[in-house]
Design a protein around this ligand. Structure first.
Ligand code: CA
Length: 224
């Protein structure tokens, strides 16, 4: 597990670093908000321990900017009274918080549980095929860096294909699932939706994800 500690007090930073390293974490340290945000955005961490009172950029600002790009779990460190209440920090996108002074063992335990939680949540929230990510909670679809706008039906259709990734789904199964009625699978409604969906997710990409299985239905294949 790799974590980032953003804390300007040298003593606290190295104390945390040592503690986490003893527990076999890989640890990077940042000593101000700008450096911390830069590292958080450019490196992949399993969790971030973020102090609130930081030079150059405050912890809340770091958190707000990080959350526009990434959902890395964040544990906020706060001196008593800095954070009005738990809600403020959690609303700002923190996953947990700890009031200073704290016990090292508790900090490590909280980080561990954040990482565990995010690892459990990720597959449940997100359906992934290659560089395509559908987030079921946020209702967003991305392919690589591009955000793809889908209508409600197209979203449902893609979600269904992703859930059945690498298996062929029949036309009638799709129709039943998406329209919740059984209409003639010879109808071209499905073809119209399929064409639109494929245009949105596959056009301009060398690797196509959706494939037609002639006479049967469709399959969304993971290129990996
Ligand atoms: Ca500080």
């Amino acid at each position: 597990m790799k974590i980032l500690i953003v804390e300007d007090e040298q003593k606290v930073n190295s104390f945390l670093r040592q503690g986490f390293e003893e527990e076999l974490f890989t640890v990077d340290s940042a000593f101000d908000g700008e450096q911390g945000l830069f590292m958080a955005l450019t490196e992949e961490y399993d969790a971030i321990v973020l102090d609130l009172m930081l030079p150059k950029k405050g912890g809340m600002q770091v958190l707000a900017e990080l959350r526009k790009e990434k959902s890395t779990p964040v544990l906020i460190l706060t001196a008593k009274g800095q954070l009005e209440n738990k809600i403020e920090g959690l609303n700002a996108g923190a996953d947990d918080y700890l009031t200073k002074p704290f016990a090292l063992a508790e900090c490590i335990a909280r980080v561990r549980s954040l990482v565990r939680r995010s690892q459990v949540e990720r597959p449940a929230n997100q359906l992934i095929a290659g560089d395509l990510i559908l987030d079921q909670l946020q209702h967003t679809v991305r392919r690589g860096a591009a955000v793809i706008e889908l209508t409600a039906k197209e979203f449902k259709l893609l979600e269904y294909l992703l859930r059945n990734k690498d298996s062929v789904v029949t036309r009638s199964a799709i129709i039943e699932h998406i329209w919740e009625i059984t209409f003639d699978s010879e109808t071209n409604v499905l073809d119209v939706y399929m064409t639109r969906l494929r245009k949105k997710i596959d056009d301009g990409h060398e690797t196509k994800l959706v494939h037609t299985v002639r006479g049967v239905g469709y399959v969304l294949r993971d290129p990996e």
